[in-house]
Structure formats: C-alpha cells, structure tokens
Design a protein around this ligand. Structure first.
Ligand SMILES: Nc1nc2c(c(=O)[nH]1)N[C@H]1C(S)=C(S)[C@@H](COP(=O)(O)O)O[C@H]1N2
Ligand SMILES: [Mo]
Length: 169
C-alpha cells in the first residue's frame, strides 16, 4: 500500500517535471526568450556551423546606421553587427552569403557587399529590439541614404528581415 502510494506519487512528480520542462522549451521557442534562444545560425565551408543568441550578437562590436528605409516612416537608427565583422569574427571566407528568413524568403548577398557598403545585421531599431511582427529580430540593413547606388530593388531585395540563417559559400 505504502509502496503503491509512493510509486504513484513519484509518477505524478515525474509527469509534473516533464510537463514544465517541455513547457519551458515551447515557451522559449514561441514567445522567444531571446536571451537563451538561438536566433541566428551561421554556416560556412567544411561543415562549419555556429548558433547565436541575441546576447551573443550583442557581445560583438556594435555597428550603427542612421537612414531612411522603404519599410519605416522617417529617419531610423539601427544597431547591430556589421556583416563584415561577423565574417571576420568567425574567420569565414566565401563569395556569396545565402540568407534565409523565418518566412522562408531567401536572398543571395555577394560577400563583396560587406566591405563595399557595410550593411549590418540589425538587432535594434530606435533603441529597442525588433519583434518578429516588426520584421525582427534580425534585419539586414544597408546605409541606403549614404549612396544613390543603394536605393533600388537589388539592395532592397538583399535587405532580408526576420533573418534566421546565413550560409557562406
Ligand atoms: N524576410 C523577408 N525579407 C524581404 C522580403 C521578404 O519577402 N521576406 N522581400 C525582399 C524584397 S525582394 C524586396 S524588394 C524588399 C521588398 O520590400 P517590400 O515588400 O516592403 O516592398 O524586401 C526584401 N526583404
Ligand atoms: Mo524585390
């Protein structure tokens, strides 16, 4: 009787623990605990792959761009990491970066753009993190106002929002 009762007690306890653990995982993925959740995966030649949380990205040297964009009203202030700095940090080399977004949008950015135009992987807009519904958490931003060459569909098309992964090839 006592054994049976403690067995049931243990079972109830275990189910409770498993339940709250899987709940935590689900909440992380859905609501987006950006402190612990990988929001970016960067991959490269030779099977290289690295996950980044938001704090991981914030530890890299910060780059800022002030510009108007086709997607926002008025002058915007973006903070993030320069794509060139991200490549340098990971010692990645390649010709093209294949960018995949949460909404499955894909675009190819020539790596030469990184040094030439200094686009950033923005994680804050006007001082605040970007929600997924605001095209966050990561948005590739070029300094559109700095050059007439950037104000066209080529560079708007490379400006992926809701970026989830970048693969250098
Ligand atoms: N995640 C994501 N980023 C994206 C797109 C998209 O569909 N999804 N469209 C791209 C293209 S092709 C262009 S020209 C611009 C279009 O922005 P618009 O839809 O606001 O005109 O955003 C780019 N970034
Ligand atoms: Mo486009």
């Amino acid at each position: 009787m006592t054994n049976r009762r403690s067995f049931i007690g243990a079972l109830v306890l275990l189910c409770g623990l498993a339940g709250s653990a899987s709940q935590a995982v689900a909440q992380d993925a859905a609501a987006g605990n950006t402190a612990t959740r990988a929001i970016l995966t960067v991959s490269g030649p030779g099977g290289f792959t690295r996950d980044f949380t938001l704090p991981d990205l914030e530890k890299l040297p910060k780059a800022e761009i002030r510009t108007k964009t086709p997607w926002h009203d008025g002058l915007q202030h973006f903070e993030g990491v320069s794509l060139q700095a991200l490549m340098d940090h990971l010692q990645l080399r390649g010709r093209d970066a294949q960018v995949l977004a949460l909404n499955r949008y894909r675009t190819t950015i020539p790596v030469a753009d990184f040094a030439e135009f200094k686009p950033i992987l923005a994680y804050r807009r006007n001082g605040a993190p970007m929600e997924i519904r605001e095209k966050g958490p990561l948005f590739i931003i070029y300094p559109y106002d700095s050059s007439a060459a950037l104000k066209n569909e080529t560079y708007f098309g490379r400006s992926a929002w809701q970026v989830r992964s970048i693969s250098v090839e």
